[in-house]
Design a protein around this ligand. Structure first.
Ligand SMILES: [Zn+2]
Length: 249
């Protein structure tokens, strides 16, 4: 379950005394680019978590499946060509920014490993969610049954129309799965959170450890930045929803 706290949402599954996390919203007024495009907004956002910019690790997010393991010395860094971050170090903050794509936050309370990933339709076809779990197993000896995952606000089957070619890419990868693709009034709709959920389950994560918020960024575009909502309203927004996770020092 997701609960609102201090202008961000928190997952009750991820909540622990050892970590802090938050799924940001429109009112955090964060930039679509790096966190430092609007430093004033970034500072007030980070203050909510008692953090400084030198502790933040950002990624470029290129809709691919490369994952970077980082350490405390990477605080303040920006990694190109990356859509997933992992660490077991305290005192750094992993950040993912999203509009309609999924922000995923990970925590293994046994091995004390955290992760953040950005998964859109390309990342789902590449099974980035599953790669995050496999990397946690191979690099940190995590047991997938211990790993907690929160799937943050993203576009859902209610709003996510896709072109025929994209529908065919999903059918060729996953078969004709009615849980993934629906056909309504001549349009194809993709249920991306269910695809990601299944990738986590197929990687060994247990259902009770997955917190799926069920918030649609387009339907709830008064609360969250949404690329599709902005396209429909023909408004150009510069913001993104920022989600973060860190281990308490
Ligand atoms: Zn919707």
């Amino acid at each position: 379950m997701f609960v609102k706290n201090n202008s961000t949402y928190q997952s009750t599954v991820l909540q622990s005394e050892e970590t802090f996390h938050g799924f940001g919203m429109r009112n955090n007024r964060m930039s679509k680019k790096s966190m430092w495009v609007r430093p004033e907004a970034a500072l007030s956002f980070l203050q909510k978590f008692g953090c400084t910019r030198e502790q933040v690790v950002e990624m470029e997010q290129v809709h691919a499946d490369r994952i970077q393991t980082v350490t405390k010395k990477d605080g303040g860094s920006y990694f190109s060509g990356i859509d997933g971050l992992l660490t077991s170090d305290r005192g750094i903050l992993l950040v993912v920014r999203s509009l309609d794509c999924a922000p995923l936050l990970f925590f293994d309370p046994v091995k004390k490993v955290i992760g953040a990933a950005h998964v859109g339709w390309k990342g789902a076809l590449l099974n980035l969610a599953g790669s995050m779990i496999r990397t946690m197993i191979s690099e940190f000896r995590c047991d997938p049954k211990s790993i907690l995952v929160a799937i943050g606000p993203m576009i859902r089957a209610c709003c996510y129309t896709i072109p025929q070619e994209r529908k065919e890419l999903f059918v060729s990868k996953f078969g004709d799965n009615i849980r993934y693709i629906a056909h309504k009034k001549g349009e194809w709709y993709l249920n991306l959170p269910v695809v990601i959920y299944d990738e986590l389950i197929n990687s060994g994560v247990v259902p009770e450890h997955i917190d799926e918020c069920s918030f649609c960024t387009k339907t709830m575009s008064d609360e969250f930045y949404s690329h599709r909502a902005e396209k429909d309203q023909q408004t150009q927004q510069e913001g993104a929803n920022y989600s973060i996770i860190g281990i308490e020092e």
